[in-house]
Design a protein around this ligand. Structure first.
Ligand SMILES: Cc1cc2nc3c(=O)[nH]c(=O)nc-3n(C[C@H](O)[C@H](O)[C@H](O)COP(=O)(O)OP(=O)(O)OC[C@H]3O[C@@H](n4cnc5c(N)ncnc54)[C@H](O)[C@@H]3O)c2cc1C
Length: 464
């Protein structure tokens, strides 16, 4: 007989991580009658969720209908599959897409999240289906989730780091080893063991800031490539699951955001201009040639890889009409010098050391495509409200990709149960959110991560 384990705490369900996936899972698990505890290694909640833009995608919503936008689950499925290069696990993709509208409505009905009265389109989506919370921040959704968690009396144990999964001889999850009073800087704390009656939901996010882990998977992504993620977006929980034989999926598929600026750290303010205005209404040129080289509304993989291939930051350009028409406030990006304004195309060309005549010709050619509604060079979908780039001031931003999202992660089934390499469930282990792999295949479309977090957060909490 082995030595009896000295448990420090006991719960029905232990949830690791306090981002969108973990908080959603906690709410659902609690509302279905379980005794739940959330642990969070940092001193406050939110992970990458709180710094996100909060954009969530769903087809067939009232907001779309109000604007006459025709959309369907099939169209969203096809868009995500196309961007994912067909590598998306169909059962997981179908689960996300068929529950997307329900997830979005849950944030409205159960959480009362306030959204802006607009529907946006981002690269790779065939129609506008992305909803942005007030303030253009995930903080708006997080606040509402935390309010609900508080109302339900679910404890969040901060500064508590999850270290390893405990199993019995049959491989059933029995609990977890954690470090309480965890000090992130020294990676130390007081060891404790939490026993779980029903199991553990891993919602620890992605590994975008884990340079050793990510560069083993994709050697381009060493420390010279910045990330939009929080520095603590690391892979230790994923490693813990792998060490008990959970299966990994597509860990080398790591997304770079093409809308990032090398002129600021982290996510910053530039992406609001690049992703919400420039890619729809403007164009990107290689400053060495002065010419376009990519479909600005391609999915993130296409655009980021194309920029990386040039070997240097590229220049995104939009005009005053587009900026005003979009309604977005990009004053912070301008104040920080991330987005620059120019009175003429000549001034813009001179500033970035480009040949003016070539740049003028590139803009003229692009404007011709806008006027006729088809892009003969790169097949960019010309949106209905597009207009030629011709009104000063002209706005420009340097673009250089940063690690943004990790498509790879743990293998799960439609019920959010973690699978091993034989396809069997790991008894008592669930996962949701960015720690999961397989939904997005080779490339995630904008706003689809938050949809995934809410969908599988809910499913894991209901099923465990
Ligand atoms: C700047 C930025 C903008 C984005 N904008 C959007 C957007 O508009 N729309 C969209 O769909 N997606 C967006 N994304 C992606 C999306 O925000 C994330 O994929 C999603 O929020 C991840 O949620 P999560 O709950 O899985 O993980 P997270 O929100 O990262 O939460 C994971 C939590 O687990 C904790 N944790 C990790 N390890 C441990 C451990 N060992 N012990 C205890 N706790 C641990 C972390 O500290 C963290 O708090 C954005 C991402 C970034 C970085």
């Amino acid at each position: 007989m082995g030595k009896e384990i000295q448990w420090n705490d006991q719960v029905d369900v232990l949830i690791v991580g306090s981002g969108f996936a973990g908080l959603t899972a906690a709410i659902e698990a609690c509302e279905s009658g379980k005794d739940v505890v959330i642990i969070e290694k940092m001193k406050r909640a939110g992970g990458n969720s709180v710094i996100s833009d909060g954009g969530i995608a769903a087809p067939g919503t009232k907001l779309q209908k109000k604007r006459g936008i025709e959309d369907s689950e099939k169209m969203m499925y096809d868009d995500m599959l196309k961007a994912g290069l067909g590598l998306n696990h169909p059962n997981l993709l179908r689960t996300v897409v068929s529950n997307a509208r329900g997830a979005f409505e849950w944030t409205l009905d159960a959480l009362d999240v306030p959204y802006l009265d607009r529907v946006d389109i981002f690269g790779g989506h065939s129609v506008p289906r992305c909803y942005t919370p007030e303030g253009v921040t995930g903080g708006t959704i997080l606040k509402k989730l935390l309010q609900k968690v508080d109302e339900l009396g679910i404890p969040i144990l901060y500064s508590t780091s999850f270290r390893s999964i405990m199993t019995d001889e049959q491989g059933h999850v029995t609990g977890g080893n954690v470090l309480k009073e965890y000090d992130y800087k020294t990676d130390t704390g007081i060891p404790a063991k939490i026993k779980t009656k029903r199991g553990i939901i891993l919602a620890s996010g992605g590994y975008g800031a884990d340079v050793p882990f990510r560069s083993i998977q994709d050697p381009r992504l060493d420390e010279t490539i910045q990330t939009t993620n929080k520095p603590f977006a690391t892979a230790e929980v994923l490693r813990a699951a792998l060490s008990i034989n959970a299966a990994s999926v597509q860990l080398s598929h790591i997304q770079l955001g093409a809308w990032s600026s090398p002129d600021e750290h982290g996510f910053g303010h530039g992406p609001l201009f690049a992703d919400y205005i420039l890619f729809q209404y403007g164009m990107i040129v290689d400053p060495h040639t002065g010419e376009r080289f990519v479909n600005e509304l391609g999915d993130r993989k296409q655009s980021a890889d194309a920029i990386l291939r040039t070997g240097h930051p590229c220049i995104g350009i939009a005009d005053d009409r587009s900026v005003k028409y979009s309604g977005w406030d990009i004053s912070k990006a301008i104040r920080k010098g991330v987005v620059r304004t120019f009175d003429s195309v000549d001034d813009l060309a001179a500033f970035y050391d480009m040949n003016t005549a070539v740049l003028q010709a590139s803009i003229g050619r692009y404007n011709g495509f806008v006027q006729k509604g088809t892009d003969d060079d790169f097949q960019k979908p010309i949106v209905d409200d597009a207009s030629p780039i011709e009104n000063a001031p002209f706005y420009a931003m340097r673009l250089w990709p940063k690690v943004h999202f990790t498509m790879g992660g743990l293998s799960i089934n439609e019920r959010s149960q973690v699978l091993d390499f034989s396809g069997n469930t790991v008894d008592g282990l669930y996962a949701a959110g960015e720690v999961v792999g397989g939904v997005h295949g080779a490339s995630r479309l904008g706003s689809c991560a938050i949809t995934e977090c809410i969908v599988f957060g809910r499913i894991s909490g209901q099923n465990i």
